[in-house]
Design a protein around this ligand. Structure first.
Ligand code: CP
Length: 319
């Protein structure tokens, strides 16, 4: 794994990652995957390093895979439970981070409901930070694992690289940090990205902001797509009625086998998870062993997070 393409202290988003930096992480992740297939799944790469996971929002995939990634590389990993911490006594995010920093961790992984929280902390604190999701803003490690999964499938999709690829990101992109991060990463690598969804669930001025094409009709957006990414309908972030009903949403926007017929031959189906079966995606699609790569995304998430830690902890680049 080369060290010359990665000189960052933090990973806050995909917006300013270059093509070379993205490929450096994908290459490192592809190499580190082998560790996860061994009988003894442990390497000494991060021995003596300390990683703190600090999640202010719920998570299964991201939190677990960061913990496992650190442990498989022999780091000391602390999962701080926000629910039983002094956050509940009113301690601010800044003071919580300053307190943790006083214990001299090498890396802090943070998920927070406020967009921009990690950027603020990175300006004021010394520790290396990884953004594990901030509000509706960015989720860079999810985008990187998505890019690795797509990269793995380029031969199946009969594509030499990302430049000829069409990716349809379907559903609630308005509330989705995944949609933003993955669109930014895919555009950097040269793919065509489509945001497909009802007008009320698309980010304002998406074309200019993310360089995507916008479609308000599902079948039109799916036509010829090599990759179809369904997004979770984020009902918990909706303060007003964005949709008439879940049943009606599925009727118009649910991903079914019949609707996928217009996509490219061998098109793959992705979802960042957690999935809402019968809302944005039918079980016949989510569980389709030919098309669905949803669990491959999860497996790649572990490798990508190992690669990110490796780069940021000063072993494969970083400070
Ligand atoms: N995709 C994702 O971030 O999943 P979790 O919320 O389970 O971490």
């Amino acid at each position: 794994m080369g060290t010359h393409l990665w000189n960052r202290k933090h990973l806050l988003g995909m917006a300013d990652l270059s093509r070379e930096e993205i490929h450096a992480i994908l290459d490192a992740a592809a190499s580190l995957r082998e560790v996860n297939r061994r009988d003894i799944k442990k390497v000494p790469t991060l021995r003596g390093k300390t990683v703190i996971n600090l999640f202010y929002e719920n998570s299964t995939r991201t939190r677990t895979s960061f913990e496992l990634a650190g442990k498989r590389m022999s780091a000391d990993v602390i999962n701080m439970s926000v629910a039983s911490s002094s956050v509940k006594k009113g301690e601010t995010l800044y003071d919580t981070l300053a307190t943790l920093q006083a214990m001299n961790p090498d890396l802090v992984v943070i998920r927070h409901p406020e967009s921009g929280a990690q950027e603020f902390l990175a300006r004021h604190l010394d520790a290396s930070l990884v953004n594990a999701g901030d509000g509706r803003h960015e989720h860079p490690t999810q985008a990187l694992l998505d890019l690795l999964t797509i990269h793995d499938n380029l031969p199946l999709l009969e594509q030499a690289d990302f430049s000829g690829l069409i990716v349809a990101v379907c559903g609630d992109s308005l509330h989705s940090r995944v949609a933003r991060s993955v669109a930014l990463g895919l555009r950097t690598l040269g793919a065509e990205v489509r945001f497909v969804g009802p007008p009320g669930l698309l980010p304002p001025r998406a074309e200019e902001a993310f360089g995507v094409r916008v479609f308000h009709h599902l079948e039109q957006g799916l036509e010829g797509a090599h990759v179809v990414m369904a997004l979770r309908l984020q009902l918990e972030r909706m303060s007003v009625g964005f949709i008439p009903s879940v049943r009606e949403y599925f009727a118009f926007w649910g991903l079914t086998k019949a609707r996928l017929a217009v996509a490219a031959p061998n098109a793959i189906v992705m979802h960042p998870g957690p999935i809402n079966r019968g809302v944005e995606i039918a079980s016949e699609v989510a569980d389709d062993g030919e098309r669905s790569v949803i669990l491959d995304q999860v497996a790649n998430g572990l490798a990508v997070r190992m690669a990110v830690m490796y780069r940021l902890c000063g072993v494969g680049g970083g400070r």
